[in-house]
Design a protein around this ligand. Sequence first.
Ligand SMILES: Cc1cc2nc3c(=O)[nH]c(=O)nc-3n(C[C@H](O)[C@H](O)[C@H](O)COP(=O)(O)O)c2cc1C
Length: 309
Amino acid sequence: MNPDRALEVDLCGMRLDNPLVLASGVLGTTASTLAFVAAHGAGAVTTKSCSLEPRTGHPTPIVAPVVGGLLNAVGLSNPGARAMAGVIRAFRARSSTPVFASVFGRDPQEFAQVTAILAEAEPHLVELNVSCPNVASEYGTPFGADARATARVVEAVKARSGRIPVSVKLTIAAPSLREVARACREAGADAITAINTVGPGMAIEIRSRRPILSNREGGLSGPAILPLAVRAIWEVAEAVDLPIIGTGGVESAEDALQMILAGATAIGIGTAVWRRGIDVFGSVRDGLDRYLEERGGASLAALRGAAHG
Ligand SMILES: Cc1cc2nc3c(=O)[nH]c(=O)nc-3n(C[C@H](O)[C@H](O)[C@H](O)COP(=O)(O)O)c2cc1C
């Protein structure tokens, strides 16, 4: 076995050097920060979710560290689709690491419009953020909570995405993840990302006696949500035969292995960059390498879904 290639995975026909993907929302708004993450060992990087027009997002404070993770209510700040296409082009000019474009919109048509603009920059995958919990007051219930609403977004996007694979980022707020996953597959989705942040939750500053976040509530991420993500991956893997980008609380190789054993092909890492620093990609990757080596060169593909028995 060539140890340099032991961690390679195939995701929707593309080769990733390793399964670790920078999750959307962390260091994902400029080509330099994306390149910084790629240079520190990510197998792929995802942009911040992008809308048709620029958004300023919520006023600070937008993040609050809590036990077991982070609450955030960034409010989907982003430079808009045209500028984000420029970011993707600039990143592609300096790095061969695959880049995923995260997209959101007010309705299926806007999702499709944003996708069409970003597709011109040729991202390796489009990820549909149908699941952000901290803009619900502005956008209503996330599309991802309803199978039919999600399917309509996927259908509209697939009509404009050409050959670029489309992953749908699910929320565990859906009454049935299995149903949403099946609806995504029937609408033509190529992959599933599971999960987005959970909640919303709230943290209160006891001296000022006020909620910490300006938005009062925010999505919970980090180690506290790992068991929820593992369960979500398990359910999606049982429902559909689509590659899964497992995301939520991963900080170690052991965490990533739980997701792979539940059925994930790739592993998103977001909050751990914030909590542990950029070297988290290297340490999780080395830990996965060691695990495979100790098992005489087992492959990640052989481990995928193995917990289902
Ligand atoms: C500060 C912050 C901003 C985020 N912004 C986005 C976003 O724009 N789009 C999205 O799909 N997910 C966003 N997420 C969710 C993450 O991509 C990820 O799904 C979630 O945080 C769980 O993974 P983690 O525990 O590894 O962070 C954000 C998360 C954090 C912490």
